[in-house]
Design a protein around this ligand. Structure first.
Ligand code: SF4
Length: 311
């Protein structure tokens, strides 16, 4: 049974249980716990996620009550937890450590506790406070890099430069967090994919994160990127460009990371451990590119599959 579904069931069964609306795909089996609501930044040009949610930090006692409810619901048998919403490190150290302490007390067999973290927030935190949070039992941070291009980061209003991304992730690694970095394929559009691929590889090479996770841009109504697309100032790349971009990115990577296409938005599931699987991953992309150029129905199938997976 997926704990994602379990989380929804828990929210339905217990009206007071607050359920984070989003989590990384890799947290599908995790218990979901909401420590904040919404996003304190809420300005990234591609992101529709928390547009209607007013950002707030939940009172510690309220979060602890949710932990107790989840414990009663599961009997304490939980191994992984994801803490939402978009940037839990904005919570002060005392409060976050108290919540983490209560969580580990309720679920003694916990092996992994993860959260999204904005690079800016991470960078502003002292090493000492990060160390305390790590020791209190938060183990992995999911950081949205999206692109390594300074120009594109500015255009999409990510609120962090490549240097900020690098220093924030280095800090997290220094205190032994596992770092999972997200890349947004297609965010350079048809015009800027080579810059996106090349600069993203450069930043990832400096970070050398434990995990590189890619997802493919799907412009959502209500976001600036969607508006640029509708107006014609942004050309959404098709599967061929996305594959070329991904090929260039992987070719340039010099990391010791797990590379994962673990998101329904992606055209072709390219996964592997770098550097060992690099050649195989590139060949898989070449095969898909070859098929795209020789088989018209393949592009339609890829588009259809991506559409169906998102339903
Ligand atoms: S991508 Fe993340 S940081 Fe940016 S607006 Fe969305 S939730 Fe906030």
């Amino acid at each position: 049974m997926s704990n994602f579904r379990f989380g929804r069931r828990l929210a339905e069964a217990e009206e007071t249980y607050d359920f984070p609306p989003y989590r990384p795909p890799s947290e599908a089996d995790s218990l979901l716990l909401r420590v904040t609501r919404g996003c304190p930044w809420n300005r990234c040009a591609f992101c529709p996620m928390y547009k209607d949610v007013k950002f707030e930090k939940r009172p510690v006692e309220e979060v602890k009550r949710d932990i107790d409810t989840a414990r009663a619901f599961t009997g304490g048998n939980v191994e992984t937890v994801f803490i939402g919403d978009s940037d839990s490190l904005v919570v002060n150290t005392e409060a976050l450590c108290e919540i983490l302490g209560h969580l580990h007390g309720a679920f003694p067999s916990l092996a992994r506790v993860t959260s999204y973290a904005r690079a800016q927030t991470l960078r502003r935190r002292s090493l000492k406070s990060l160390e305390r949070i790590r020791e209190a039992g938060l183990t992995r941070l999911h950081v949205g890099l999206e692109t390594g291009s300074a120009r594109l980061l500015k255009r999409i209003e990510k609120g962090a430069s490549p240097e900020t991304m690098i220093s924030a992730c280095a800090k997290a690694k220094d205190v032994q967090f596992e770092v999972s970095v997200y890349v947004l394929l297609g965010i350079g559009g048809e015009a800027n994919w080579p810059e996106h691929a090349c600069d993203t590889a450069k930043v990832l090479n400096r970070i050398d994160p434990g995990f590189i996770r890619v997802r493919t841009l799907t412009p959502q109504p209500g976001t600036p990127v969607y508006q640029w697309w509708m107006e014609g100032s942004f050309q959404m790349p098709g599967p061929e460009t996305i594959l070329r971009e991904q090929r260039a990115l992987i070719k340039d990577l010099e990391v010791t990371s797990q590379y994962l296409s673990d998101h329904v938005s992606n055209y072709v599931p390219i996964n592997g451990n770098l550097p060992d699987d690099k050649a195989g991953m590139v060949s898989m992309i070449d095969e898909a590119l070859e098929k795209l150029s020789s088989d018209d129905s393949f592009k339609r199938d890829l588009d259809k599959m991506r559409y169906l997976q998102r339903l």
